[in-house]
Ligand binder design. Structure first.
Ligand code: SF4
Ligand code: SF4
Length: 77
């Protein structure tokens, strides 16, 4: 069976995140969610569900916090 390789991945700066949820709402494939855990500032940070990121970058652009979101785009094979 052929495995689909995601076009990108996203890393959340857990302690930079204020848990506003803008990225969760804005992500077209809905692959972000707010964590049940608290960060050191007492916010529920966003987290990546682990698959399905298209590297569109929308979460990066909507995040108001510097360092909140980093998107990595996979190079074409
Ligand atoms: S880069 Fe796009 S697809 Fe990937 S998590 Fe951010 S908004 Fe979602
Ligand atoms: S938009 Fe930024 S600050 Fe808001 S939940 Fe997402 S990563 Fe956190």
């Amino acid at each position: 069976m052929e495995r689909t390789i995601d076009r990108g991945t996203v890393v959340i700066g857990i302690d930079e995140c204020k848990g506003c949820g803008l990225c969760v709402q804005a992500c077209p494939p809905r692959v972000l969610r707010l964590s049940a855990q608290l960060n050191r500032h007492g916010y529920h940070p966003a987290e990546y569900t682990g698959s399905g990121c298209t590297a569109c970058g929308i979460c990066y652009y909507v995040c108001p916090e510097p360092g909140g979101v980093t998107v990595f785009r996979r190079e074409a094979a």
